[in-house]
Design a protein around this ligand. Structure first.
Ligand SMILES: CC(C)(COP(=O)(O)OP(=O)(O)OC[C@H]1O[C@@H](n2cnc3c(N)ncnc32)[C@H](O)[C@@H]1OP(=O)(O)O)[C@@H](O)C(=O)NCCC(=O)NCCS
Length: 158
């Protein structure tokens, strides 16, 4: 999968533990108030019930995304998705999300859930385009920013 445009094309591959430092650099840049700790991210990358992908361009990690499906569960969760600013609106987020939706289907999930900040219309637009609809609000979920979480759900296969 590639992104079109003036930037070098981004290609998706599975994340490995060696990607932790590059992912954490992006994590702090993209989610300054809500960044996961390196230990949490390392555990996510290593867990058997997750699948994490990175988007790489010219040798640099420019995006990443992760899915979690607990064994036997019909529910999959999009854990995170992020694309570095210079690589946005090139289809990288779409490629990452589509790959995770395919993986959810492979793992037998019949619905996919995620949480998104109420003040993040870009991500909400991406998810809405892929069949997610808002099903709940978790008031003041994101602290210390005091921002609501919108829970979005997508039914059925990718
Ligand atoms: C949300 C995010 C992952 C989208 O990544 P991306 O690579 O730009 O996404 P795409 O290029 O595949 O965009 C797909 C569609 O999503 C929507 N979209 C993406 N960014 C948008 C924006 N800034 N404004 C409006 N719609 C937007 C559009 O419908 C877009 O299609 P289009 O470019 O043909 O109009 C990216 O903006 C990002 O990393 N943001 C910071 C981190 C973040 O908020 N992550 C989500 C946490 S829940």
């Amino acid at each position: 999968m590639t992104a079109e445009g003036a930037r070098p094309p981004a290609v998706l591959r599975d994340a490995t533990p060696d990607d932790l430092a590059a992912i954490m650099t992006l994590e702090h840049r993209l989610f300054p108030g809500d960044a996961w700790s390196p230990a949490m991210m390392a555990a996510e990358l290593a867990a058997p019930h997750t699948r994490y992908l990175v988007a790489e361009a010219a040798g640099d990690v420019v995006g990443y995304a992760g899915l979690s499906v607990l064994p036997g569960s019909p529910q999959a969760d999009i854990q995170t998705i992020g694309v570095d600013a210079p690589y946005r609106r090139l289809g990288v987020g779409t490629a990452l999300l589509t790959a995770l939706l395919d993986e959810a289907e492979r793992r037998g999930a019949t619905e996919v859930l995620l949480e998104v900040r109420a003040d993040n219309p870009s991500a909400q637009a991406l998810y809405a385009r892929h069949g997610f609809t808002a099903i709940a609000v978790r008031p003041r979920y994101y602290q210390p920013d005091d921002v609501d979480a919108i829970v979005m759900r997508r039914e059925g296969p990718a």
